[in-house]
Every structure is written in structure tokens, then in C-alpha cells.
Design a protein around this ligand. Structure first.
Ligand code: GRF
Length: 208
């Protein structure tokens, strides 16, 4: 059984997609040991509670230095002895000590087709005065392993999503979540839980 810890900062719709996929059998061989948030009021913690999953808040605001926060974060994660750490909308930079301790055991969902649009604008598409500036026709989502860089780890799975002419950022965000994020994140967890993911340096092979 894959022991997963899910890290969150907000509403937790990706967490919900994982919980639902476990309940429906789309994800097999996996248990969520804990949900860890950097924000006390993250609705994701409510979702965890509603499903009988332990929720823990480790907030940088409760520590005087970054180092103390990071130490507490690592200690908290270690307690659950995870096989996989899932960043599901976790908006905190992951300490390198954690990355080094869990090589190829931390995955992240990113709301664009990495490496396009990394660090740019809203949802990977640059917004100017409320409209998508360049008229991009395609965006999507990526699940990747986390290394020490920002969104630079090996890519595991991606899904493209159409951008429509009159999309607002909110409409597009919803479509990316519905069509891509809530599908590929559970799929990747199931593949990892069933030993179907191999990392060859910077490339990832999915076994049939
Ligand atoms: C997701 O779009 C994720 O890709 C991004 O933040 C959002 C989190 O949403 N980094 P939720 O908390 O899972 O609802």
C-alpha cells in the first residue's frame, strides 16, 4: 500500500479528486496518511476531516525563521513515513532538504504545459486588463517530479486543454482543472502506487 501525504494551501479540489478516485477505485493500493497545509483556514483541511484523514497545519507564520519552519515541516512529514508526497496546490517553496530526503518521491501538479509559460501570468497565460493577452489556443496541466528547481523536475504526465476565444481567466482555470488536473493527478498516483513509473535521469517512462 502506497502511503501518501498530500500538501495543500487552498480549496483542495485536487485533494478531493484524489479522495474520490481512491473511493471509486480509480486509484488503487493507496492510502492518504495525512493532509498538510501551510494555512490554518485552508478548506482542504475541512475536506480531509470530512473523510477521516488527519489534517495538520505547519505555517511559516508560526516560526521566527525559515529554517525553523522547514525543520518542523520535514519532521511532520517524516512522522507519516510517506512513500509519496503529493503537492496539490501547495504554494510554498519546497525546502531542498526535503527534496534531497525524498528523491523522486515528491510530485506536483502545475496548471500549464511545462516548460511553456512557467512563472508567467495567471494560469500560465499572460493576462492583460482581464483578457488573455496573446490569444493562446492551447494550455493544460502537468504532473512532474519535484527537484530543487522551480517546475524543473522530470515530467510524468501532461494534458492539453483548449483555450476558447471568450475565456476569462476563471473560466479557463475551471476547464484546466476539470479536463486536466483532476484527471492526470489521480492517474499518476495510481501508476506510481502500482509501480508503473520509471525515472531515467530527466525522463520518465510509463510502463503498460
Ligand atoms: C490548482 O490549480 C493547482 O494546479 C494550482 O493551484 C490550484 C489548487 O487548487 N497550483 P485546489 O486547492 O486543488 O482546489
Amino acid at each position: 500500500m502506497l502511503r501518501a501525504v498530500v500538501m495543500v494551501s487552498g480549496g483542495g479540489t485536487n485533494l478531493q479528486a484524489i479522495i474520490d478516485a481512491i473511493d471509486s477505485g480509480k486509484i488503487t493500493n493507496t492510502s492518504i496518511e495525512a493532509v498538510i497545509s501551510n494555512k490554518k483556514d485552508a478548506y482542504a483541511l475541512e475536506r480531509a476531516k470530512n473523510h477521516g484523514i488527519e489534517g495538520v497545519c505547519v505555517s511559516p507564520k508560526d516560526f521566527t525563521t525559515r529554517v525553523e519552519f522547514e525543520e518542523e515541516l520535514v519532521t511532520t512529514i517524516d512522522k507519516f513515513n510517506p512513500d509519496l508526497i503529493i503537492l496539490a496546490g501547495y504554494l510554498v517553496i519546497i525546502p531542498s532538504v526535503l527534496v534531497n530526503k525524498y528523491p523522486n518521491k515528491i510530485i506536483n501538479i502545475h496548471p500549464s504545459l511545462i516548460p511553456s509559460f512557467c512563472g508567467m501570468g495567471y494560469y500560465g497565460l499572460k493576462v492583460h486588463e482581464g483578457v488573455l493577452e496573446r490569444g493562446n489556443k492551447v494550455t493544460g496541466a502537468t504532473v512532474h517530479f519535484v527537484d530543487e528547481g522551480a517546475d524543473t523536475g522530470p515530467i510524468i504526465m501532461q494534458k492539453a486543454v483548449e483555450v476558447k476565444f471568450d475565456d476569462t481567466p476563471e473560466v479557463l482555470q475551471r476547464r484546466v482543472m476539470e479536463e486536466a488536473e483532476w484527471n492526470i493527478l489521480p492517474q499518476v498516483i495510481d501508476l506510481i502506487a502500482n509501480d508503473k513509473v520509471r525515472v531515467h535521469g530527466r525522463r520518465v517512462e510509463i510502463l503498460d
